[in-house]
Write a protein that binds this ligand. Structure first.
Ligand SMILES: Nc1ncnc2c1ncn2[C@@H]1O[C@H](COP(=O)(O)OP(=O)(O)OP(=O)(O)O)[C@@H](O)[C@H]1O
Ligand SMILES: [Mg+2]
Length: 230
């Protein structure tokens, strides 16, 4: 059957190595991937298998050694600086930790996720930020500083900051690995909610079997090659 959902992220013939000569390390070999709107794709693989490398390439943070990469409709190899800026405005990263600005309050951190974007409406941003923090179980932490929160709470703030900007694509590198079970659950449930509601695509790497159930599809990377699971 023809799948008519738009392809948000696509790579073909993706190769990547670090270093040159005797220091060369080959990491990715001839990988193809496509992620469509509304999909939550989980990438698993042993430590050192290339998950972070893959996610940083697909997230426009790193240029691949070889291959075609298309993100949100733009061919990254031939993109102009304006194209790249547009793409980056529509995608968000979620890392394992250290996602917050320590000199802003929790609510200010969340609002920063939409400030200066076309979605921003004075008066509305704070209200939406408070609503999202409430959904993430942080309704009593608006004025707290990030340093006063646990790691799990900080990560939930980072998720609220992403959700408020209604991105078309979220790339998350082991977002729950440093979290307790409950925080991890809240984080992935909210990502899934966004994917379903506004058809955002989510590409997420993890070792955490507890969250495999949120995926609409799973890929495994080993020896530099991606394989479908199941
Ligand atoms: N900047 C770099 N320079 C040289 N080698 C690197 C660099 N970054 C990663 N590597 C190497 O590339 C390989 C893949 O690393 P990568 O971080 O992508 O793996 P990973 O699957 O994310 O691992 P983990 O599960 O531990 O996070 C590893 O062998 C690593 O040592
Ligand atoms: Mg990694």
């Amino acid at each position: 059957m023809l799948d008519e959902r738009a392809v948000v992220l696509e790579a073909r013939g993706l190769n990547h190595h670090y270093g040159e000569g005797s220091r060369r390390v080959d990491v990715l070999f001839d990988n193809d991937i496509a992620v469509r709107e509304g999909e939550i794709v989980i990438v698993t693989g042993p430590s050192g298998s290339g998950k972070t490398t893959l996610l940083t390439i697909l997230g426009t943070m790193r240029r691949p050694s070889e291959g075609y990469v298309r993100v949100l409709g733009r061919d990254m190899l031939h993109a102009t600086p304006a194209d790249i800026e547009e793409v980056r405005g529509r995608l968000r990263f979620l890392f394992q930790r250290r996602n917050l600005l320590t000199s802003l309050s929790v609510l200010q951190n969340v609002v920063a996720g939409v400030a200066m974007t076309p979605l921003s409406r004075s008066g509305w941003d704070e209200a939406r930020g408070k609503h999202l923090l409430g959904l993430l179980g942080l309704g009593d932490k608006f004025e707290a500083w990030p340093d006063e929160l646990s790691g799990g709470q900080q990560q939930r703030v980072a998720v609220a900051r992403i959700l408020i900007g209604l991105p078309d694509l979220i790339i998350a590198d082991e977002p729950t690995s440093a979290l307790d079970r409950q925080s991890g659950r809240i984080v992935v449930d909210q990502l899934r909610e966004l994917a379903l509601k506004v058809r955002c695509a989510v590409l997420l790497s993890t070792h955490d079997e507890r969250i495999f159930d949120v995926a609409t599809r799973r890929l495994h990377i080993e020896d530099g090659r991606l394989h479908p699971v199941g």
